[in-house]
Every structure is written in structure tokens, then in C-alpha cells.
Design a protein around this ligand. Structure first.
Ligand code: SF4
Length: 191
């Protein structure tokens, strides 16, 4: 039988999501555009592709393409052939996109969380991360977790000053910023 507190937590998450999306709809971008812009800002260089974005959003490539065209027209992202694979498109955040994210409506939700759970945010994040993992395990799909939580992440395994870490799967050097980015190939230890 479902524990009442678990059901109440699920209803609160659902309500928070609805209210946060209401705030997004009033801004300069629509909710899908905000989600795509956040992805481009958070994803590492192996993951900033339209295909990975479609997978992250659980959306079709056609829908994602329309969203990216709108973001490109607003000057927030660029779409260029990937230097790793010229057949693939690489998405990059522009300075205007980075500026727009300073006014991201999700920051209000983050501030509310900070105010509601000072000193407990790491525990909140861990609960939400485990919940997401359970849902992805049940439904299929990729976790898109942070690089430092990946089973292939080798902390301190890099050789360069700016790239102190290493990816054992892709055999690529990783910077501190890379270690916090999200990745299409990320796999947690328990996955
Ligand atoms: S360590 Fe994992 S998350 Fe990080 S780049 Fe490699 S595959 Fe991606």
C-alpha cells in the first residue's frame, strides 16, 4: 500500500512543476525553448546534439528541430557541424543565450528550495536523483546524469592542469566544468 507521505510528495512535485511552467509561459521563451536552452547550457561536448536533446526531452526530432530554429533565430544557440563527426550537428550556447539564462524562471524555484531546505539541499537532490533513476529504470531511456556520478568517470585520472579527470568510456580528458555537465552516455554505478 502506498505510504501517504509518498503520495503527498508526488502531488507536491506535480504542483511545483505546473506552477514553474506557468512562470515560464509568461517569459520571453516558451517552456520547450527554456528546457532546450538549459540542456545546451548543461550538456557536455559529447551530448550537445539535436538527437540527444530529443532523447532528453522525450520528444520527436521534428519538434526539437522547430524549438532549435526558434532559439537560433533569437540568437541564443548556434547549430554547426560537429568537429568530431561532420555529419552530426553540434549545439552551442551564445553569449545572448547565457544572458537569457540569468533570467531563467526556474531560478525562482531554486531560490524557494534554498529557502525551504537550508542545509538539506544535498539530501533533497539525492532523493530526487534516486526517484528519477527509478522512473527511468521503469520507463526506459537515458539518465543524463552529471558526469562525476558516472561509472566511467575517473576522478584525478587526467594529465592536464585544465583537464584533471578522464572519461574511461570515450577516452577523453575532462575538466572540472565537464565533471559537472550532464552526458548522454552517463551511467551510474547502480545502473
Ligand atoms: S565519464 Fe561518463 S558521463 Fe562523463 S563523459 Fe564519460 S561517459 Fe559521459
Amino acid at each position: 500500500m502506498m505510504i501517504p507521505a509518498a503520495l503527498e510528495a508526488a502531488q507536491l512535485i506535480d504542483r511545483l512543476d505546473r506552477l514553474a511552467r506557468g512562470g515560464e509561459a509568461a517569459g520571453e521563451l516558451n517552456p520547450a525553448q527554456w528546457e532546450a536552452l538549459r540542456f545546451v547550457a548543461r550538456a557536455n561536448r559529447f551530448s550537445r546534439t539535436p538527437a540527444a536533446l530529443a532523447e532528453y526531452l522525450g520528444s520527436t526530432r521534428g519538434t526539437v528541430s522547430q524549438t532549435l530554429i526558434a532559439l537560433e533565430q533569437k540568437g541564443h544557440v548556434t547549430r554547426e557541424p560537429s568537429p568530431r563527426d561532420r555529419r552530426s550537428i553540434m549545439l552551442e550556447l551564445t553569449p545572448a543565450g547565457a544572458q537569457a539564462l540569468k533570467h531563467d524562471p526556474i531560478l525562482a524555484l531554486a531560490a524557494d528550495l534554498e529557502g525551504a531546505a537550508p542545509g538539506q539541499l544535498e539530501a533533497v537532490v539525492e532523493v530526487l536523483r534516486r526517484t528519477l533513476h527509478a522512473m527511468i529504470t521503469r520507463n526506459g531511456g537515458r539518465a543524463f546524469g552529471a558526469c562525476y556520478t558516472c561509472r566511467h568517470f575517473r576522478k584525478g585520472g587526467g594529465s592536464g592542469r585544465s583537464t584533471p579527470h578522464h572519461c574511461a568510456l570515450l577516452d577523453e580528458p575532462l575538466s572540472e566544468a565537464d565533471s559537472r555537465a550532464i552526458c548522454v552516455e552517463q551511467k551510474s554505478e547502480s545502473a
